[in-house]
Design a protein around this ligand. Structure first.
Ligand code: 5GP
Ligand code: ZN
Length: 114
């Protein structure tokens, strides 16, 4: 998707602080961090939201969560705790239409979110 900012990040047309990358997914620091650790994990395939996930994407999503478990270990927040968030659609607060999971940690996260 030529006008998608996350596709541009994947293509390195927009710079980002890359935390992890392989042939399927990418993880990078959120530009407006809401916690000491705030990383976005995205598939390289353009999927506009969780609503557009297809059966064939199951392995991709499980890969994303496997890598999240490695990232939280590396960032030192595995034991203290963290939150994995997907904002979907207007009421969910989604602002970028390329599927992404937020990983937040490094502070006490309140509940419920706003
Ligand atoms: P959403 O609101 O869709 O759940 O999350 C989108 C996230 O992308 C926001 O937390 C926002 O700060 C982040 N973001 C938007 N544009 C950029 C960018 O150009 N670079 C990076 N690293 N993060 C971005
Ligand atoms: Zn995209």
């Amino acid at each position: 998707m030529s006008d998608c900012i996350f596709c541009k990040i994947i293509n390195k047309e927009i710079p980002s602080e890359i935390v992890y990358e392989d042939e399927l997914i990418m993880a990078f620091n959120d530009i407006e961090a809401k916690a000491p650790v705030h990383i976005l994990i995205i598939p390289k395939k353009h999927i506009s939201s969780l609503n557009k996930m297809e059966d064939e994407d199951g392995e991709l999503i499980s890969h994303i969560f496997k890598i999240i478990s490695e990232i939280v270990k590396e960032k030192g927040i595995k034991e203290s705790g963290y939150r994995v968030v997907n904002n979907c659609g207007e009421n969910g607060g989604q602002t970028v239409d390329h599927l992404h999971f937020h990983v937040l940690g490094g502070r006490n996260l309140t509940w419920p979110p706003g």
